[in-house]
Ligand binder design. Structure first.
Ligand SMILES: *Cc1c(COP(=O)(O)O)cnc(C)c1O
Length: 429
């Protein structure tokens, strides 16, 4: 059970031991506020449970998904706690390096790796490329050859299981762009095994995000283990199995599987499989969690600018918009909304919208709130895919980010200014 690091104390919403209204005063709004203890607790649940199941021949590695929240202070915090990293771009590799992360614990996922990104990854000698197509494999082989190196690779397999989540965040069905189609996996590995500058080391999958039930993940794992056996028969020996991320969090009233329960089922399966297939060989089990670590470790604070009524519909206009928190407009995602200071005024149902010139610019719909103009609102569960998806649309500087640690507050990203935003632009003479 995850503790709530953002709770009321005497009618004031806090981040750990710091009142959120004080943070808004000091740093302005919109503002992302993170709880250090929440990050540490969530990653700790992965790491501690993995430790329980670790044996001499079964090694775990937790690779935090950088794209869910990529601030270098966060990456640094997680690296110190032992995390590896799952990256999806050269930019994220640069972040991991700047944060002091270990490149030998970095795996690189994604369907569109460019030559420059592949070269950078080989220079950093990352742990593994999670390869998504034969063309990508050939490109990696060629670049590694030119650099006089061997690239460690795993194929991202599309296990064709239904993650039963939102279509935009479901990635493991046949019709998705991700991974190698299930029936092509064996021949694809044979090609890889024949290439001179490729070292085949693993297999991976990632079937979707915000999964509340682990049954689809365990079904995918069964299919993967089956493939590992078939590859072994063809003389291709793998040393790691990576079953991706995807564990969901509570946004509203969801009941996601507990991380230790999920991990114990994974290790039970893999342990049993290993005992009967390769008891004497070292295997690494890898995970790529993002949202389950960062999602409930952060909130977005916004200040209510105006209350207005159009044709009987009540709108609450805040200074945070879809450019700051894109999930509602992109996925129709739900974020809890809480007043930072509880008030004794009549409650009313509002659509909470931002200042952006788009009808899709809404953050929450039909929420009963007792608020007045000038009040602060907290958009809950915004630690994952919040700031990392934020943009400068409407020339709005992205929010500042602060990390709270007990009573201490650290500014980990200052607010962007308009000058920051157009600094890279040039007038034509
Ligand atoms: C986004 C992503 C993850 C993380 O997913 P969560 O649902 O945030 O845990 C892991 N692996 C890959 C390949 C991804 O693209």
């Amino acid at each position: 059970m995850t503790e709530n690091y953002f709770a009321y104390k005497d009618d004031i919403l806090m981040a750990e031991d710091v009142a959120l209204d004080a943070l808004a005063e000091q740093f302005g709004t919109p503002l992302y506020v993170y709880s250090k203890a929440a990050f540490t607790d969530h990653l700790g649940q992965y790491i501690k449970t993995c430790k329980q199941y670790e044996t001499a021949n079964l090694r775990p590695l937790v690779c935090y998904s950088v794209k869910s929240n990529s601030n270098i202070a966060i990456l640094n915090l997680l690296a110190k706690q032992g995390a590896g990293f799952d990256i999806v771009s050269g930019g994220e590799l640069a972040r991991v390096a700047a944060a002091g992360g270990d490149p030998h614990k970095v795996i690189y996922s994604g369907v569109g790796k460019t030559p420059a990104e592949i070269r950078l990854s080989l220079e950093h000698d990352i742990l593994c490329f999670n390869v998504e197509s034969l063309s990508e494999l050939r490109r990696i082989n060629q670049i590694a050859g030119k650099m006089g190196r061997k690239a460690r690779i795993s194929f991202r397999v599309n296990p064709d299981v239904d993650a039963k989540t939102h279509p935009y965040i479901s990635t493991g069905l046949k019709k998705n762009k991700f991974g190698i189609p299930f029936e092509e996996v064996l021949p694809t590995y044979s090609v890889a095994a024949s290439l001179e500058h490729i070292e085949v080391v693993g297999i991976d999958c990632h079937i979707g995000s915000q999964l509340l039930d682990d049954a689809p993940l365990l079904e995918a794992l069964d299919k993967i283990l089956n493939l590992v056996n078939q590859l072994e028969e063809k003389g291709i020996r793998l040393s790691h199995i990576d079953i991706g991320g995807g564990i969901g969090i509570r946004y509203e009233d969801e009941q996601p599987v507990a991380i230790p329960d999920y991990l114990s089922r994974v290790f039970a399966k893999i342990g049993e499989w290993q005992a009967s297939h390769c008891p004497d060989r070292q295997m690494t089990v890898m995970f790529e969690p993002g949202r389950s670590i960062s999602g409930n470790a952060g909130i977005l604070l916004g200040r209510l600018q105006y209350l207005k009524t159009n044709s009987g519909k009540h709108f609450a206009v805040v200074d945070a918009g879809m450019n700051d928190l894109m999930r509602p407009s992109l996925y129709e995602a739900y974020h809890g909304v809480k007043p930072v200071i509880k008030r004794n005024v009549p409650a009313q149902a509002y659509e909470i919208v931002g200042p952006i010139c788009e009808s899709g610019d809404w953050l929450a719909r039909d929420r009963e709130l007792a608020v007045e103009e000038g009040d602060l609102l907290a958009f809950m569960s915004a630690g994952a895919y919040g700031m990392s998806m934020a943009s400068n649309y409407n020339t709005r500087g992205r929010p500042a980010e602060v990390l709270v640690d007990g009573q201490e507050v650290h500014l980990i990203r200052r607010r962007e200014t308009p000058e920051d935003i157009f600094a890279l632009e040039t007038l034509v003479p």
